[in-house]
Design a protein around this ligand. Structure first.
Ligand SMILES: [Ca+2]
Ligand SMILES: [Ca+2]
Ligand SMILES: [Ca+2]
Length: 398
């Protein structure tokens, strides 16, 4: 993979495109019923929304220390985007399998990015016998070049791309890859979510990584001392019984939170503890999509219940725990994007307890939630195959 990506990179020429989409949210037109309803909802939100840029089916984003951004697009482009959203360049084109829910997925900076310039990412790939989610990393390289037209940004590319870990086994189908990445607060371990690929039972199979939270070293090896290895589980497994885990994040006290798309009426926020079984597919507060029942979580069943669940479903995507100063009232709370619910959701976190906070209608499927360096909340709309998803910046109403 490495050689093909490097061969495709421009060495001297740099193409910088301006998105040309920086604009405030459009003012409502009072004569149009739909727009009035939209404006009413926007008026009720405790934040102002600015449209910064748009992307083709974006999936995830992260901020560099200098407020620029890395954004992934479903089809395999990783983009370096200026802090104001007006300039972008492709730093890597990853050979992903983008059928169904397959995509270039998460992108997260290494804990030592300041010195290593390492970037970790995940994507869906096809292999012998099926498909699976892959963890990889590369190094963000930037070189200043002479440009005909000034100003000219550095040429950037993701170099030295190496595959670190592959979910196993590979299976057929295009769903429930998961692929979210979080680093432990001490920077020593990488937590990686592997979805159950819409196959249900792998989530309870100790020998496979599907339907699991994994704890890996920074080189993608099973972390030493994982809680279930001595019991014959795959040595990478940290917790199990999960379905489609589309968000994972540590809070400031070091608690690990995860959100997952459950079955009908069973989306969950979980507090992840080592070695525990979170129940899927044997227990869920939701039911199957054909309305057949799945036993609810109940005391003493051996399965760790969710801290929060949603019925009807919200289809959670992205998880961010807020630590900024722009919205001091929300410090320590979790934010989740809603796909089918077209919403931004706030979950009140209080130590290891969680309860539902706000649910704001955003009028579009929200794929990713991120905190900016200045404490603003940033969202990526889902877009979809071939359609644009906007990058939104939320700031307090003045
Ligand atoms: Ca992110
Ligand atoms: Ca569960
Ligand atoms: Ca149930």
């Amino acid at each position: 993979m490495r050689s093909s990506i490097l061969a495709a990179l421009p060495i001297i020429l740099v193409a910088c495109s301006s998105s040309g989409t920086m604009a405030e949210s459009p003012a409502p037109a009072p004569s149009e019923d739909g727009l009035v309803a939209q404006a009413d909802r926007a008026d009720q939100r405790p934040f102002a929304t600015s449209v910064i840029a748009d992307f083709e089916a974006p999936w995830a984003m992260t901020f560099l220390p200098d407020a620029r951004m890395l954004v992934t697009e479903k089809a395999g482009q990783m983009l370096l985007v200026s802090a104001d959203g007006t300039q972008r360049q492709t730093i890597a084109t990853i050979p992903v399998d983008s059928a169904g829910q397959g995509a270039l997925m998460d992108v997260v900076l290494a804990p030592d990015f300041a010195t290593s310039k390492r970037v970790y990412f995940s994507y869906a790939a096809a292999g012998e016998g099926g498909k699976g989610v892959v963890l990889a990393r590369g190094v963000l390289e930037e070189r200043q070049v002479q440009c005909i037209k000034a100003p000219c940004p550095p040429v950037a590319r993701l170099s030295g791309i190496e595959t670190l870990f592959r979910a196993h086994p590979l299976v057929d189908g295009d769903g429930h890859y998961s692929g979210r990445i979080a680093f432990s607060p001490d920077g020593k371990y990488l937590f990686f979510t592997n979805g159950e690929r819409q196959k249900f039972t792998p989530a309870q199979d100790p020998k496979v990584t599907l339907g699991k939270v994994l704890r890996l070293t920074l080189d993608g090896k099973p972390a030493p001392g994982n809680p279930l290895a001595a019991k014959g589980f795959d040595p990478a497994i940290w917790s199990y019984g999960h379905r489609n885990l589309l968000g994972i994040a540590f809070d400031s006290a070091g608690n690990l939170w995860e959100q997952e798309m459950g079955p009908k009426g069973g989306d969950e926020i979980n507090l992840i503890k080592p070695g525990l079984n979170y129940g899927w597919p044997r227990a869920s507060n939701g039911s199957n999509y054909d309305d057949t029942d799945i036993p609810d979580h109940r005391a003493g069943d051996g399965y760790e219940p969710p801290k929060v669940w949603w019925n009807p479903s919200i289809s959670p995507a992205g998880l961010m725990i807020y630590s900024g100063n722009l919205f001091p009232q929300w410090k320590g709370d979790a934010f989740v994007g809603g796909l089918s619910s077209k919403a931004l959701l706030r979950i009140d976190l209080d130590g290891t307890n969680a309860r539902k906070g706000d649910q704001w209608d955003m009028g579009a499927r929200i794929r990713e939630v991120e905190q900016g360096p200045d404490g603003a909340i940033w969202l990526l709309e889902d877009g979809g195959r071939g359609s644009q998803g906007r990058l939104l910046k939320l700031t307090p109403r003045s």
